[in-house]
Design a protein around this ligand. Structure first.
Ligand code: NA7
Length: 536
């Protein structure tokens, strides 16, 4: 039965994750009428859905929190340098409670349709189950890694055991103790879940399509003294994080590797290897990201580390990446991941040598035979950047579908608007910086900018705002051009969409820096929202 929400909102925000929650607060401050629609049963987005064992930050916890509320910053203690999912969800719940966010959010409300009414300049939003809403503006805070990717393997319905995608993990704990478990996928998620499940499973089989360059997380508990020290940095920390390229605390080393003598270089790599988090990825000599030769030397160093940690060199051979250079795909952080393959109860199967043919009632059939399982864990990631939007039937002017418009790759202006889709804004999607990198830092300024813009549009009675097609063309071409110069252009990665067969290969992220991106938003606003066409 169709239920209509009879209000006409100024803004509907889709998604109550890390970005959507903050967007709601900011729009409230502007006294706009806002409703947030969320598919999940509660707030938290990524941290609501990804409850799998081992789910954890690879950003330092204190860099990942909201920066706007001094009281909250003073009160909240992080228990670990890299917080786990339960602590993160508790944090976002604390925020939602403090700001009474839930009163403006409809949960279990998965948006399926967004249709633009050209006569009235309003969007009609239809959720699963039939409930409809009317709004002037829509802000999609739908996340860049939220649309689940299921591998194209037949027969899942015939499997008699339990199966779970890591990105839609049940709320009740899944007991893997003593069980036969299969994990499919060895990305950042797979690596976390494999390490954790191996500790208790009776037997674990890991199906690996492509090995990744993983680096030690080096997590540790934070004491009261640690927190006091960290808190002392807050006044400047959050400003500083706006100056780094992706909102991480680590920054590329301006030194060129070849300017440093080889033994000094290698000693430096050893030092880096002992440091926590992305120091070993984001914080390396700058040319490791751009010069293939410099990169290969560093890759050889990491390879040696992997080989030292894995007893069986035939297994190590499978774990060392050969298809892509270090850091050209998202580098997973790990805690004893490589040592996991030294356990008697763990077996690594390379799908290159032994592809999966189907699921069966008892497990998974590969070319080399059947592997039985009580539980199958599907850690195959997401249809990144565009998936969450493409799964909604979005129709702009003349009934044009967004999915069709993007069939060869995304086209946007600033990653925020799409020509022919008036009054629709994207906060965290393709070709924008918000929502990617150290996500809360990258989205912070764009969300503030967006609230200012929405307020301006309402105050000035703007009926229609859309990306200027020329601005869209220039922005898209620029993004594609900048990306083509990175070493990353040589890797198959979700950043190019080609982790999923049949998806067009097109660069989906934003290749510039966070401060550059924020500057571009501010410049547009300062010039009366240049690049956007406003109709009163
Ligand atoms: P990723 O990084 O996309 O990893 C997915 C993994 O699943 C990766 O190892 C894939 O292999 C593998 N995969 C995907 N499709 C298949 C099929 N059909 N068969 C076998 N294996 C497959 O997703 P994650 O969830 O790990 O991480 C996503 C982000 O979330 C991450 O960056 C963190 O920021 C959090 P491939 O390498 O494509 O060959």
């Amino acid at each position: 039965t169709d239920q209509a929400d009879t209000a006409t909102y100024d803004v509907i925000v889709i998604g109550a994750g890390v970005s959507g929650m903050r967007q709601l607060m900011l729009l409230r401050e502007k006294n706009l009428s806002v409703r947030v629609l969320e598919g999940g049963g509660d707030i938290g987005g990524t941290w609501y859905w990804n409850r799998y064992p081992g789910a954890r930050l690879d950003s330092e916890s204190y860099t990942y929190q909201y920066a706007f509320d001094e009281e909250l910053l003073a009160e909240w203690d992080w228990s670990e340098l890299f917080a786990g999912q339960p602590e993160l969800l508790a944090y976002f719940n604390r925020v939602a409670d403090k700001y009474d966010l839930r009163r403006d959010i409809d949960f279990n409300t998965t948006v399926e349709q967004l249709h633009f009414d050209e006569e009235r300049n309003l969007w009609t939003v239809k959720a699963r189950g039939g409930r409809t809403y009317t709004t002037r503006f829509v802000i999609a805070a739908t996340g860049v890694l939220s649309a689940l990717n299921f591998p194209d393997i037949p027969g899942l319905g015939t499997f008699e055991g339990e199966w779970h995608h890591t990105g839609a993990w049940p709320h009740e704990p899944v007991d893997t103790t003593g069980k036969k478990v299969i994990v499919i996928g060895t990305g950042a998620t797979g690596i976390q879940v494999i390490t954790e499940v191996a500790k208790t499973a009776g037997h674990l089989t890991v199906f690996q399509r492509t090995p990744n360059w993983a680096i030690p997380l080096r997590n540790r508990p934070l004491s009261a003294d640690d927190m006091a020290e960290i808190r002392g940095t807050y006044p400047t920390l959050f400003q500083h994080l706006q100056t780094t390229s992706s909102g991480f605390i680590h920054q590329a080393d301006p030194t060129t590797s070849t300017d440093v003598p080889r033994d000094e270089r290698l000693a430096h790599y050893e030092e880096l290897y002992q440091q926590p988090g992305f120091a070993k990825w984001v914080g390396v000599y700058h040319d490791i990201a751009t010069d293939a030769e410099a990169n290969k030397e560093y890759g050889a160093f990491i390879e040696q580390k992997i080989r030292e940690r894995v007893h069986d060199q035939a297994v190590a051979d499978l774990l060392v990446p050969t298809d892509h250079l270090f850091g050209t795909k998202r580098v997973p952080c790990e805690t004893n991941y490589y040592e996991t393959y030294n356990r008697d109860n763990v077996r690594l199967v390379s799908l290159k040598e032994s592809p999966i043919l189907s699921y069966t009632p008892k497990g998974v059939l590969t070319q080399d035979g059947e592997v039985e399982a009580d539980i199958i864990i599907i850690a195959t990631g997401f249809e990144a950047f565009t998936g969450a939007l493409n799964r909604i039937d979005i129709r702009g002017k003349g009934g044009l579908s967004l999915k069709e418009k993007w069939q060869f790759g995304p086209l946007t202006y600033l990653g925020i608007q799409v020509a022919d889709f008036p009054n629709l804004f994207i906060m965290g999607g393709p070709h924008g910086k918000g929502g990617h990198g150290n996500s809360p830092r990258c989205s912070e300024k764009p969300l503030e900018w967006m609230a200012d813009f929405a307020s301006y549009l309402v105050a000035n009675d703007v009926q229609r705002v859309e990306a200027d097609p020329t601005a869209e063309k220039e922005w898209s071409e620029w993004v594609y051009e900048v990306a083509s110069k990175l070493l990353q252009a040589g890797a198959n990665t979700y950043v190019y969409g080609d982790n999923i067969p049949g998806r067009p290969r097109a660069y989906l992220a934003y290749a510039g820096t966070l401060p550059d991106f924020v500057q571009k938003l501010d410049d547009s606003a300062a010039r009366g929202y240049e690049g956007f066409v406003l109709t009163r």
